[in-house]
Design a binder for this molecule. Structure first.
Ligand SMILES: Cc1cc2nc3c(=O)[nH]c(=O)nc-3n(C[C@H](O)[C@H](O)[C@H](O)COP(=O)(O)O)c2cc1C
Length: 220
């Protein structure tokens, strides 16, 4: 697969087969992602890959917390700042996803079920929780974001599906406890990954992008 093909075919997959990714392939993908650039080459990402019984226990507790409406404890609270065109894009992506799933806008039960599936890592056999240690903040988060995209493109090129999930950073206390991590390990998101289950309706969703006429300003 060429880089162009990987960029254009990567998409968020929200339903996975139970089969695990073989360990040599796991190692190969995470070794390749290490080549992500970063500020002063500090490589601030701290990925914790969780699989098998460890992930089942973690996902079950996060799912139960969501079902019980336990309060979130994110390291970076979301504050509803999407307005204007950003809100339009958010709505469009949600409409496409729920449309593919056959969940109507007023179907609050269907939406809640979809949200809880997030916390259960969409039944993926693996999830990587990408931490960054204090006192790093916005500058180093750009490095972590680049790491995530590099990793997801590497996965795509090897037939491994993924979904970056801010939802996996909603219950940081649970995640840190399961992984025995201190509070200085801060979590923005996780990535569920594995082999796509093509029978899951959510996986038929496709998003769009603004054209470069809208997005890019060329100066000379
Ligand atoms: C940092 C980040 C966090 C995300 N959080 C979630 C999430 O919590 N749940 C979810 O279903 N999708 C999540 N997504 C997936 C986005 O909705 C998706 O990338 C976007 O709609 C574009 O669609 P595509 O990935 O299929 O191209 C997240 C993506 C990123 C990059």
């Amino acid at each position: 697969m060429t880089l162009d093909e990987a960029i254009r075919t990567r998409r968020s997959v929200r339903g996975f087969l139970p089969s695990e990714v073989p360990e040599p392939l796991l190692n190969e993908m995470f070794e390749l992602a290490q080549w992500t650039p970063s500020n002063c080459n500090i490589q601030p990402w701290v990925p914790h890959v969780v699989s098998g019984p460890a992930l089942r226990a973690l996902a079950a507790e996060m799912g139960a917390a969501a079902e019980a409406d336990l309060p979130f404890d994110p390291d970076w609270p979301a504050d509803g700042k999407y307005q204007g065109v950003y809100r339009d894009r958010q709505y469009d992506a949600a409409a496409r996803l729920y449309g593919a799933m056959g969940v109507e806008r007023r179907d609050l039960v269907g939406r809640r079920t979809a949200y809880i599936r997030n916390l259960r890592c969409f039944d993926a056999p693996h999830a990587v929780f990408v931490f960054m240690r204090q006192p790093f903040d916005a500058r180093e988060m750009t490095d972590v974001g680049m790491y995530a995209q590099t990793l997801m493109l590497v996965m795509t090129s090897r037939g491994i599906a993924s979904c970056a999930q801010g939802a996996l950073g909603l219950y940081t206390g649970i995640v840190r406890r399961h992984l025995c991590l201190p509070d200085d390990h801060r979590l923005m998101f996780g990535i569920s990954f594995g082999y796509e289950d093509t029978s899951v309706a959510a996986n038929n969703a496709r998003t769009v992008r603004a054209s470069i006429d809208d997005a890019v300003r060329f100066h000379r």
